[in-house]
Design a protein around this ligand. Structure first.
Ligand code: NAD
Length: 468
């Protein structure tokens, strides 16, 4: 299979001034050599986006919507290519990749269905006050390596619909999906409206500090989010930051243990634990602690690891070497601070595989519980009761998501209301969609993505206040 490998700058698909070797994380084989931009090419992308923006905004909402729908159709046509490329560069199982590509198209279609109507606050003898929305200008979208198609597109679609132009930059270890999306965009959008550049982790700050960029929409780690906030300060750029999470699952003793363990397991080890809103720590009431841990260990022992393209694979590899090292570190922490009851081993393989690892008899204060492990090493902490668990769940600088698991809907709803995170699920976790706002609390982010609330973040409020 050959892959898209060119940058998109000012409507042209271009070679880079440098290259990136892309690895299959399941084999460490180099699967492609793709274009990598220089700083001059990043500059050209911003210049093109700035030049194209006024005409794109002037085109009007309906015309922009029509082009976004054409883009969704074109993504649909190349869905199987995108899914396969995603497995090869990212490592996730094919079914998960197909799900991400389905969502990628669905996000474009959903945004294209939205409007931001002008509201009239007052219209009487003394005057008329209207509140509308206008474009911001050039938007920069920076994405991580765990969802290499959905994350950039969930930035592109609302940015463009509102009349902004965009420069996208994917993570260096997963550039291919974004380059395919660039190739799909090239014949559809006017030159300069969509620009895609790649880097070697070295052009992000150039883009986020650029004086001609009005807004940065970033998904990635909290540490990088803080750097972006600092580099955006000089020109007071608008920011949406979707950052790290350490989602807690609070499991009460009235649950059906085996059904709940299965759902908690799936939401913990989705994408091999490399999902911002995966369950990262589990708090289980004392009465069912032992039996719940056993059920989780059984699921971990049964899980099938493998190449994402192999039939039957449930869990793929860590996406990159640094992430693999991180997982190995957390296994050592687990051995020191808790008891490993499943996994804790690395299968013999050239790939970055880690067996799903269940760790019990571990406490808050261990870095495996307190930090975002972003790998398939899951701590299960014993709690005295729901109040104890809630207090522990809330004692975190993160606040992306969390979940409460109980047969008592009223009690679960009350606990969910007191959990300090942007999203709280009840008897499920990790369910999301383009119509649902997504916003991290505390150090998990700033601003909102998705839904009409997320759409509005790509605009400036404009008040027209007319006296009679
Ligand atoms: P990362 O922060 O290391 O990198 C993300 C992106 O930022 C990459 O494209 C990288 O090249 C770029 N970057 C690096 N330094 C930069 C700088 N100084 N200025 C601007 N850009 C820079 O994150 P990662 O390791 O790729 O992804 C994993 C992290 O992403 C985890 O913390 C995870 O929780 C988070 N994440 C969050 C969400 C969410 O929606 N909240 C979704 C997915 C991933």
């Amino acid at each position: 299979m050959s892959f898209a490998n060119k940058l998109l700058i000012n409507g042209k698909l271009l070679e880079g001034d440098r290259t990136i070797e892309v690895q299959d994380p399941a084999t460490q084989e180099i699967i492609a050599v793709v274009a990598c931009a220089s700083e001059a090419q990043a500059q050209a992308a911003v210049v093109a986006a700035k030049a194209a923006q006024p005409a794109w905004e002037a085109l009007g909402w309906e015309a922009r919507k029509a082009l976004l729908l054409a883009y969704a159709d074109a993504i649909h046509e190349r869905a199987s290519e995108l899914s396969e490329a995603m497995v090869r560069e990212q490592g996730k199982p094919l079914m998960e990749a197909q799900g991400e590509v389905f969502y990628t198209e669905a996000f474009v279609r959903h945004f294209a269905s939205l409007t931001l109507p002008v509201s009239v606050l007052q219209d009487d003898a003394s005057g008329k006050i209207e509140v509308g929305h206008i474009a911001l200008g050039v938007v920069v979208g920076i994405s991580p390596w765990n969802f290499p198609a959905l994350v950039p597109i969930a930035k592109l679609a609302p940015a463009l619909l509102c009349g902004n132009t965009i420069v996208l930059k994917p993570a260096p270890s997963t550039p291919i999906c974004t380059l395919i999306l660039a190739e799909i965009a090239q014949p559809i959008f006017p030159a300069g409206v969509v620009n895609v550049i790649t880097d070697q982790n070295d052009l992000g700050s150039f883009l986020t500090g650029h004086p001609d960029v009005a807004k940065v929409t970033f998904t990635g780690s909290t540490a990088t989010g803080k750097k972006i906030m600092a580099s955006s300060a000089a020109t007071l750029k608008r920011l949406t930051l979707e950052l790290g999470g350490n989602d807690a699952a609070l499991v009460l003793s009235d649950v059906d243990v085996s059904a709940t363990a299965k759902k908690v397991f799936d939401a913990s080890f989705y994408n091999a634990g490399q999902a911002c809103m995966a369950i990262k720590r589990v708090y289980v009431e004392n009465a069912i602690y032992d039996v719940f841990c056993e059920a989780m260990a059984t699921l971990a022992n049964e899980a099938v690891l493998g190449h994402g393209l192999d039939e039957g694979t449930q869990i793929g590899p860590m996406q990159n070497a640094a992430q693999f090292e991180k997982a190995k570190h957390f296994i050592e922490v687990a051995k020191r601070d808790g008891i490993i009851i499943a996994g804790g081993t690395l299968p013999e393989s050239q790939g970055y595989f880690v067996r799903p690892t269940i760790v019990r008899d571990i406490e808050d204060g261990s870095e495996l519980v307190d930090q975002e492990q972003f790998s398939p090493v899951l701590p299960i902490v014993r709690i005295a009761d729901a109040e104890d668990g809630l207090a522990r769940a809330n004692r975190s600088s993160y606040g992306l998501g969390g979940s409460v698991w109980s047969a008592d809907a009223v009690r679960a709803r009350a606990l969910a209301g007191r959990m300090q995170s942007g999203t709280v699920w009840i008897n499920q976790h990790l369910k999301f969609g383009p119509h649902i706002p997504f916003a991290g609390a505390k150090q998990s982010g700033i601003g909102v993505e998705w839904s009409d609330l997320g759409l509005a973040e790509f605009t400036q409020i404009k008040v027209i206040n007319e006296g009679f």
